[in-house]
Design a protein around this ligand. Structure first.
Ligand SMILES: O=C[C@H](O)COP(=O)(O)O
Length: 251
């Protein structure tokens, strides 16, 4: 399982760089503009320059409306700025068809510029609270639009997390559907160390985290700390080892 960490600034990305050996993907985000809030192109560029060249930089395009042209332009902005994972939160899409339309436009915009860049279609585990497309539709949306990964995050950061809205069994089905279509499966949403056992066992490819590696567990007021990234990775490694060794689950 790969670890994706979401700094909100160049300063936080430099702290991520200090923990570079413990993480896999640096995900540029602007949390004060939403769960998948988009940051400025120059911040993506500066972060690309600040983190080790062997660490991919991801960028969120935003909690996007059902406006394929607008979103495609934003996605192009992210890839031109140096991101090679382009994440789109389908906040304003209420049907799979709308999600596919937006994601097809994004895939074309991104891959015309940089064919090897990965496009991530993200839905929300708590979609029922915001009226957007069902989370279990995301693998199909990603597959039918030519995206590379299906993801879930949470839209409302109120202390509830991924498993409060989509139980581990349903997340397992999400991963199964993604893999059946040849996609990566990424899961996030106030994920804590105690969630890593189930996330490992269901075969999650990428886990996305911010709050759990911020001081005080606070994704807004807290800052990402290298020692918390290291601790999170240590628990990931422990869970991976136990899973490979066939140690019975305790959670
Ligand atoms: O992409 C992952 C998100 O940044 C997750 O943030 P969070 O762990 O604070 O919910």
């Amino acid at each position: 399982m790969l670890l994706l960490i979401s700094p909100d600034s160049v300063e936080e990305a430099l702290d991520c760089a200090k923990a570079a050996e413990h993480l896999d993907i640096v995900d540029v985000k602007k949390p004060d503009e939403g769960s998948l809030g988009a940051n400025f192109p120059w911040v993506i560029r500066e972060i690309r320059d600040a983190v080790p060249a062997d660490k991919p930089v991801s960028a969120t395009v935003g909690d996007v409306p059902y406006k394929p042209g607008t979103v495609a332009q934003a996605a192009l902005g992210a890839v031109v700025s140096g991101a090679t994972y382009i994440k789109v939160g389908l906040y304003g899409c209420t049907t799979p068809e709308q999600g596919i339309e937006v994601m097809r436009a994004v895939v074309r915009a991104v891959k015309d510029h940089r064919p090897e860049a990965l496009v991530v279609a993200s839905g929300y585990a708590d979609a029922h609270r915001i009226g957007c497309v069902n989370p279990l539709a995301l693998p199909d949306i990603a597959a039918r639009s030519g995206a590379d990964a299906a993801m879930l995050d949470t839209a409302v950061k109120d202390g509830t997390g991924l498993f409060d809205h989509v139980a581990p069994d349903a997340c397992a089905e999400f991963v199964r559907l993604a893999h059946a279509s040849g996609l990566l499966a990424a899961l996030a949403g106030s994920v804590k160390q105690s969630d890593l056992g189930p996330l490992t066992r269901i075969g999650t490819d990428i886990v996305g985290v911010r709050g759990a590696v911020c001081e005080g567990g606070d994704r807004n007021a807290g800052r990402i700390r290298p020692h918390l990234v290291a601790a999170f990775r240590a628990e990931m490694d422990r869970q991976a080892w136990e899973h490979a060794a066939g140690v019975p689950a305790v959670n």
